[in-house]
Design a protein around this ligand. Structure first.
Ligand code: HSE
Length: 453
């Protein structure tokens, strides 16, 4: 067997420890698949650990490990966007290939990091950054390379899906389920990233760039979390045949020429959005539960394909990290026609060659098109429903279903309305008018509804 491949792991939290365990468990398989021995030579950790094999150097100077002569591939699993960025740039500068699970870092600084890696002729691999153990980056960059991607929709945060599933199935309170997700190692260091949709938005930015060949634009992702979702809305949605899921959407929209002159209606561009969404109960994504992630991709000519699996946790994330390591081991071992070692076949970081990235605009929130679930609380007076439906009709909004519950003790009626897709700016205007009616007692609750998924 030719020369060993030497790995450094920076960070020994849930994922770093998972990678060590995976290598210990599956080393024979890894060697038989790659034709190389794979050894961890160094770990970068602030705190010395006595449960680590004594042959592995433990270094509290992460920059030194990132540049060490005793390392071929640097695995960054410390997270965050400051030290992690410094160590990755340092590793690249020293000619190391990098594997990272750091979606926040890549979503925010990926354009710079990938350009730096290209300039230094090394690769930054990031399968573990999106959807945990699902090999979605490889699928999108390689398996679907011949297709034009029209849209993708995904459950791309395991913690959020776990919370929504437990709330629906067991009526458990939000905070209780979140604590369990943290104890199981699913949640981010700052769990607001999970429940406010920021983690999903990081992943969506990466998926969208690969799907459409656009630079990373995390700052343009519309992002709404699940903290405002109540059991009441979960139950009304179920009653109407829908389920609320926290989804990310990347959708290519074509201009159909029916614009409103304000650039809001049916504008051409890309929708990038993360929000709670009603989807039909029989939709595939509606039945992806617990910590599972799933990404549904609609591409031409292939059509719809679905990728599903564990989206968080030590084993799932280590699986994705080591898949990248295996790719890089093959890259490091490849030879050109003169039998000289080369940097090997290189799939571009964002699937498209950098000079070919497009400047297709990302649409503003007011330009997005979705259906809606509205919950309106009104006094139980004659004509209330007529007022609401008149406003919707005047705004050109097509009602798909209405559910009115009997007035409860306060003399208020909750009215639930489902609408067909409408441009968001139109819905904003209609809601503003509904909230001005004397008979309306509260802010209108709105949750997007999407039949795409
Ligand atoms: N906090 C993330 C999640 C971990 O719950 O999906 C995987 O990225």
């Amino acid at each position: 067997m030719s020369k060993s491949i030497k790995l450094a792991i920076l960070g020994l939290g849930t994922v770093g420890t998972g990678v060590i365990n995976l290598i210990n468990d599956n080393l024979d398989e890894l060697k038989r698949r790659s034709g190389r021995d794979i050894v961890i030579t160094e770990v970068g950790t602030r705190r010395q650990r006595d449960d680590i094999d004594a042959t592995i150097v433990q270094n509290s100077d992460l920059m030194a490990t990132a540049a060490s002569d005793n390392v071929d591939i640097v695995i960054e699993v410390i997270g965050g966007t400051t030290l992690a960025k410094d160590v990755i740039m340092h590793a690249i500068k020293h000619g190391k290939h990098v594997v990272t699970a750091n979606k926040a870092l890549l979503a925010e600084h990926g354009n710079e990091i990938f350009a730096f890696a290209e300039a230094h002729n090394v690769h930054v691999a990031y399968e573990a950054a999106v959807a945990g153990g699902i090999p979605i980056i490889k699928v999108m960059r390689e398996g679907l390379a011949a297709n034009k991607i029209e849209w993708l929709a995904g459950i791309i945060n395991g913690t959020g899906n776990f919370i929504m599933t437990e709330m629906r199935d067991k009526g458990r309170p939000f905070a209780d389920v979140l604590s369990e997700a943290q104890a199981l190692g699913y949640a981010e260091a700052d769990p607001t990233f999970d429940v406010e949709g920021i983690d999903a938005a990081h992943k969506l930015a990466l998926l969208a760039s690969i799907a459409f060949g656009i630079p990373l634009q995390f700052d343009k992702v519309y992002c709404e979390g699940i903290t405002g979702i109540t059991l009441q809305d979960v139950n009304y949605a179920e009653e109407l045949g829908y389920r609320i899921k926290h989804l990310g959407f990347a959708v290519r929209r074509k201009d159909n020429g029916s614009g409103d002159g304000q650039g809001n209606n049916d504008a051409a561009g890309i929708e990038l959005r993360v929000h709670p969404t009603l989807i039909p109960q029989n939709a595939l994504l509606a039945n992806v539960n617990g910590v599972k992630n799933a990404v549904l991709v609609n591409s031409h000519p292939l059509g719809q394909t679905l990728y599903c699996g564990d989206g968080a946790g030590a084993g799932a994330t280590a699986s994705a990290v080591m898949a990248d390591v295996m790719d890089l081991v093959r890259v490091l071992g490849s030879k050109d026609s003169n039998n000289e070692s080369t940097n090997g076949h290189h799939v571009p970081h964002l699937a498209f060659i950098p000079e070919q990235l497009s400047d297709t605009p990302i649409l503003r929130a007011e330009q997005m098109i979705t259906g809606y679930y509205l919950r309106v609380h009104a006094h139980d007076n004659p004509g209330v429903l007529a007022d609401i439906t008149r406003i919707l009709s005047e705004a050109g909004i097509n009602i798909d279903a209405i559910l009115q519950k009997p007035a409860h003790k306060l003399g208020q009626v909750p009215v639930i309305i489902l609408t067909l897709p409408v441009v968001e700016s139109q819905m904003n205007l209609a809601i503003e008018k509904i909230e001005k009616l004397d008979t309306i007692t509260d802010k209108v609750v709105r949750i997007r509804l999407d039949e795409l998924a």
